[in-house]
Ligand binder design. Sequence first.
Ligand code: SF4
Ligand code: SF4
Ligand code: SF4
Length: 228
Amino acid sequence: MKRKDLFREGFKSVFQFTFTKADEISEAIKEVWQEETDQIPKKTPKSDPKQNVKKTKQKSKPTLVRKRKSKMFQTLSLPPGASKDFFSLCTGCNECIFACPYAVLFPVTATDSEKTYPHFDPNAKACHLCSDWPCITACPEDALLPYEVSETTPKFGKAKLLKEFCINEKTGESTCNACFVTCPIEKTVKFKGNLPVFAQSSCTGCGLCVETCPSFPKAIQIKLFKSE
Ligand code: SF4
Ligand code: SF4
Ligand code: SF4
């Protein structure tokens, strides 16, 4: 077996395990939700004039479930180069996931079907903005499109300093400049006094500064732009 195929098989078995666990977690959430909804008072008899009011309240429950689920996606970003029609063009083949040398991307099951879509979480694992974009190159559809020469980088979101957690704020000195050193985009991290400032116009939201920040909790958070 070729080395590439060996890696691919390895990835497949890891993701198969992830899918299985995700299904189990999903089932557990459904059970908890069912228990919660079972505790909601039952409908009154049809002849009761208050019946209509209660019906309306019960109808609003599924909407709440959808809102809770979609909130989870607000913390995740689509891969680099995601086209406007990403969700109709992506087949869920996972080729971009297999191609990423930093194992940044992972599949997320859609809320309304069994299909999976690649995502990443820049607050947990940063995109390295690879110069040759292996994820985009691997996409056999037009779901991920190459960047134009005029476009330099993707825009996943923007970095925000959580001042109280920054080591320099805690020490009152200029002890750390890890975010400045790590940022791959020139002139994006500057220092005002001893605290970093992130240029919103050029920050990509890649998350490399978050990953490198030695403080705990992290002193930087990526605020994602809405993708869906
Ligand atoms: S640009 Fe590189 S690190 Fe980022 S998702 Fe694509 S392959 Fe992975
Ligand atoms: S400031 Fe942070 S998130 Fe923004 S481009 Fe630089 S490393 Fe990436
Ligand atoms: S890497 Fe973190 S602790 Fe260091 S200066 Fe930047 S925000 Fe502060």
